[in-house]
Ligand binder design. Structure first.
Ligand code: PLP
Length: 385
């Protein structure tokens, strides 16, 4: 089976992990701060906080920005459920902004319109989470300008987008947001097994996030409410969780990070090949904004129903049968039964639904060989023409 995404683990990665296993610290040692410092450098951002998943990162980002009952969070329906579940963990309300039919990211037009209406009703969101779908950055300068006008906070869900650039800065710099979140799940750009990272320019948010990932505890005397009883002393100041990353995970992530640029280049090479090889097929190919640099986490094509009668399901089943592990990203979040029970229904976000009905994610990862890619294209041709 050729999967849609796949990690690469090198001998160097294995040695980095083994070194931790033989050291004094499996967790809370020097590995996590080292990984954080290296992510901070490539993202050109002062503060990084590592956690055990992007889901955890989104959760504590919402807590740090004081999302709670009575508040509203907006995100894209074309994402993994974690992008919106974080609001529900905080007992806040969630709503979605429909997507742009070309980029498949949150639509700027829809966002502007929804903000105008929300202001009239007094129901503005406290937080908006743009998702850099497939690694293609959202129009962050514009979203940031809207946040200034309407007074909402921004968490970038950059689970797909480490190594990407938006306008003049790396994704993760938080030039246009309060917090950015990365995922290091094995299907993502680089992996730590499981893992996530938060980046921010705010020292205050960084300190809060560090406490939130570890029970709300601090050992920093300057943050304590009273005097330390002694060298053992710590204080719990807020209600936190145990969302810590281990040093074992950090060592793997940090070792993988060295290949980030190589990986992004390799993904662009794969995408360029698809762009050419799929040109004559009845498929809508993904677009990349030349002003940004996509991380190309996914290569999603749409079945062009104006040119073929072959359905997405037929293509999906034929490719799976041929050993090509195609996938679909994403079932619109609002159509999940859990969300329907909250009151969402079919028709609420028509662009996300129309996109979903024809979308199919082709194999896309740095070690996908030319022969494998040719096989994927040949199988597509067989079913489509
Ligand atoms: C993978 C993913 C997440 C969750 O990441 P985990 O590290 O698995 O928790 C969140 N949002 C998006 C868009 C993702 O693709």
């Amino acid at each position: 089976m050729i999967p849609y995404g796949r990690q690469e683990v090198t001998q160097e990665d294995i040695e980095a992990v083994c070194e931790v296993l033989q050291s004094d610290f499996l967790t809370q040692g020097p590995g996590v701060p080292r990984f954080e410092a290296n992510i901070a450098e490539i993202c050109d951002v002062p503060f990084c906080v590592a956690v055990n998943s992007a889901t955890s990162a989104l959760h504590i980002a919402c807590i740090a920005l004081e999302l709670g009952p009575g508040d509203i969070l907006w995100t894209s329906p074309n994402s993994f459920v974690a992008s919106s579940n974080c609001a529900l963990y905080c007992r806040a309300a969630v709503d979605f902004v429909d997507i742009d039919p070309i980029t498949h990211n949150m639509s700027l037009t829809a966002l502007k319109l929804k903000l105008q209406l929300a202001r009239e009703k007094g129901k503005l969101p406290k937080i908006v989470i743009p998702v850099h779908f497939a690694g293609e950055p959202c129009d962050m300068p514009e979203i940031y300008a809207l946040s200034q006008e309407y007074g909402f906070k921004i968490i970038e869900d950059a689970s797909h987008a480490i190594g990407a650039r938006v306008a003049d800065s790396p994704v993760g710099s938080c030039k246009y947001s309060d917090i950015t979140v990365f995922s290091f799940h094995p299907v993502k750009i680089i992996t730590s097994g499981e893992g996530g990272m938060l980046t921010t320019q705010s020292e205050f948010l960084s300190a809060r996030l560090q406490m939130l990932r570890s029970h709300g505890i601090t050992r920093d005397p300057s943050m304590m409410s009273g005097n330390a009883d002694g060298g053992w002393y710590y204080e719990q100041l807020i209600l936190g969780l145990n969302y810590r990353m281990t040093d074992i995970q950090a060592a793997l992530g940090d070792s993988q990070l060295k290949r980030l640029q190589t990986y992004i280049q390799a993904r662009h090479d794969v995408a360029s090949q698809y762009d050419v090889k799929l040109r004559d097929l009845p498929l809508i190919r993904p677009v990349r904004n030349p002003e940004n640099l996509s991380a190309l986490h996914l290569y999603v094509v749409g079945i062009d129903s104006s040119k073929t009668k072959v359905s997405r399901k037929t293509v999906f089943d034929a490719l799976r049968l041929a050993g090509v592990g195609v996938n679909v990203h994403y079932i619109p979040i609002h159509l999940q039964p859990y969300y329907r029970n909250l009151g969402f229904k079919k028709g609420d976000f028509p662009n996300a639904e129309a996109y979903y009905n024809n979308a199919i994610s082709l194999p896309m990862y740095p070690t996908l060989s030319c022969e494998q890619q040719k096989y994927v294209v040949d199988m597509l041709k067989q079913v489509l023409v």
